[in-house]
Design a protein around this ligand. Structure first.
Ligand code: 9MR
Length: 354
């Protein structure tokens, strides 16, 4: 750790999260700030990667500010099984140990995702029944390994197509048939009677066809008594789109079905048109307002429907958004120097009812 990071780290430990009104005695220190975990009535999470944990400032801020974590990729199928029947637990175990050590809950992401299917399963050589047995075996093994550590799993991630809302033609759908989602939920429940079961997707807050498919799936599962506890609304949004009213309407539809809402994978793009090369104060304030109104809307939900809000990364330069969109982007709560941005204040203000 270099000197600058040592300082930031020490400061984070000393000033964040100890009490809501943390103060610093040294006027030269940066302004202290309140840890989200000390104020929020629900878990506030962040996506993490094992390589960033350790003794540096990254893990220092993660563990003082947040009380829930999600593996950004290390608990996906492709990472847990590289070859048939053989598992690689090292990184997932590190994440879980970190969470346990710092009194954070773990949200499991994701048992089945068409973009993270290992090649032995994608090109499975056995019968359809053997394929399904292999998937069930995978779910049982992973869920039971982390039974004491993981409170909730995304059972399936992103099952519906953009625009049409059709079921994606994944290897799971082809091999297990159109009712495969119901069986994935059942297998997960059989593996652990207590873990919370989520369906997680992006686009449900702006793509009507996808939203309708997701709600129809929920209605169908519930009508048949198949367990589902919640829905993850991936909050990959921009500072203007989609409108808050859409987001609120979708949350209401989920609440009407008695499910928990996970505002998952949150980031708020401020440079969707690519017009910025540095983050301006104006855009930063608009991001703050956007975060504030979304957290406020979540706070307005009945308590039993508030599962958690999870940010998809800690610091702006670490976000997937930059590579994915190819623009400079500042979508997260912390800047490159581990400083909380105005968006962080917007989150806190909403938690305090402002
Ligand atoms: O942000 C994640 C990135 O680091 C991984 O390389 C990628 C593939 O595993 O997944 C990204 O996270 C995705 C999430 O798991 C599902 N929703 C979309 C996210 C961004 O692609």
């Amino acid at each position: 750790m270099n000197l600058r990071f040592s300082f930031i780290f020490l400061w984070a430990i000393l000033t964040v999260g100890c009490s809501e009104n943390a103060v610093t005695e040294n006027p030269e220190d940066p302004e202290p700030y309140t840890a989200l975990r000390s104020v929020a009535p629900f878990p506030v999470g962040v996506a993490i990667q094992s390589s960033r944990l350790g003794s540096g400032p990254h893990s220092g801020v993660v563990r003082t500010v947040f009380n829930s974590v999600t593996a950004e990729y290390e608990m996906k199928m492709k990472h847990l099984t590289s070859a048939s029947g053989s598992y690689v637990w090292t990184h997932a175990d590190q994440l879980v140990a970190f969470a346990n050590e710092h009194d954070m809950q773990v949200h499991g992401h994701a048992l089945v995702w068409h973009q993270s299917t290992p090649s032995w399963l994608e090109n499975f050589s056995g019968t359809d029944m053997e394929f399904e047995d292999a998937v069930k075996d995978y779910i049982t093994t992973v869920v039971q390994r982390y039974q004491d550590d993981v409170v909730s799993w995304d059972v399936i991630n992103e099952a519906f197509e953009d625009g049409s809302g059709e079921l994606r033609n994944s290897v799971f759908r082809r091999r297990m048939g159109p009712d495969f989602i119901a069986r994935l939920f059942q297998y997960t429940r059989e593996a652990d009677p207590d873990v919370l079961l989520f369906y997680n997707d992006y686009g449900t807050i702006w793509d009507t066809a996808k939203l309708e498919s997701m709600l129809a799936m929920v209605d169908d599962l519930q009508a048949r008594g198949i367990p589902i506890d919640g829905v993850g609304l991936q909050m990959h949004i921009t500072y203007t789109h989609p409108p808050l009213s859409n987001i609120v309407a979708v949350m209401d539809a989920v609440v009407q079905r008695g499910l928990k809402i996970h505002i998952s994978e949150m980031d708020v793009r401020v440079n969707p048109q690519g017009d910025l090369s540095v983050l301006t104060d104006e855009r930063s304030q608009l991001q703050k307002k956007r975060v504030n109104e979304i957290v406020a809307a979540f706070m307005d939900l009945p308590e039993e429907n508030q599962f958690a809000i999870t940010w998809w990364g800690l610091r702006d330069p670490e976000s997937w958004l930059i590579d994915f969109w190819g623009n400079p982007e500042w979508g997260l709560l912390f800047d490159a120097e581990y400083q909380p941005k105005p968006a962080y204040e917007g989150f806190l203000e909403a938690l305090r009812g402002n």
